[in-house]
Design a protein around this ligand. Sequence first.
Ligand code: FAD
Length: 307
Amino acid sequence: MLGPVILAASRSDRMRRLISAAPVTKQVVDRFIPGESVDDIVPIIEQLTDRGLELTMDVVGEDITTPEQATAARDAYLALIDRLRELGLGERVEMSVKLSMFGQALDGGHELALANVRPVVEAAAAIGTTVTLDAEDHTTLDSMFAIHEELRKDFPQTGCVIQAYLFRTEADARRLAAAGSRVRLVKGAYKEPAEVAYQQKHEIDKAYVRILGTLMEGEGYPMVGSHDPRLISIAQELARRAGRKPDEYEFQMLYGIRGDEHLRLAAEGHRMRVYTAYGTDWYGYFMRRLAEKPANLRFFLRSMLSK
Ligand code: FAD
């Protein structure tokens, strides 16, 4: 019940101001967003890669309102990629980007987002890594898939995300499960209406398994984005049945969630990639993490009240 309320609050400017200014928030936020700058995040990247994990980096931010902010988002990713080049970590660390942060919702936003994301994809390719386009709310997805297709003409390894809760996703998965494609499957983190998305957990989980079957049976590279223990063992079984070797798919989880499981899967020989977010505009990302697990909200509120 609480999840949809928190997701509605994640779109409210008033709540954004209130929560961002709360005195203890930072300490709670750090669990999911462990740094604000490239300098903060480099030690985390080094620590995780030393432990045999790979990463995908998210410079937090979304729903920007000016083209200048979109340019700043592009530059933030370019600065990170430059630092990864200096560190020689290009092949272990990829980028995740939200096109709304690159200007997708502004006037002429589709072209603007494409123009801003292309240099990031080019710079990533130059250091031996790649970019995955995150999936945001359903109204943005036709544009995201069109940008994905456009980028793949020059950079076929560019990945994208599909969300099991959307009715459209089974068809998207069939289209995307082709040779050379990289597709991350997640349950879906936005508040979506019943006209376009399953609302019940068991329906979403069943759709996740069906779609994962399509990806595993297909010719692309599936990226299993979930912390759900049941889905992780089903993924292993589907990969086995499809005859996939451990380097022919990967698991992905979020920084700050089930860290022991990251290490366990890596130790078992799986490729495990940790989605690691950093930056100052953390509100939307943080609120989605609260919505996924109401216990997080209780912890957050308790820490505020104890001050
Ligand atoms: P759940 O059933 O929600 O969780 C399973 C278990 O994981 C829970 O019981 C709990 O133990 C743990 N858990 C899950 N979430 C939390 C949390 N917030 N705090 C503490 N414990 C938790 N969504 C999008 O819409 N677009 C994207 O582009 C996108 N990218 C993602 C990238 C990655 C690598 C991952 C892992 C998720 C991404 N998501 C994205 C979020 C996703 O849609 C889900 O909201 C999120 O993963 C929770 O679903 P779950 O599969 O982990 O299953």
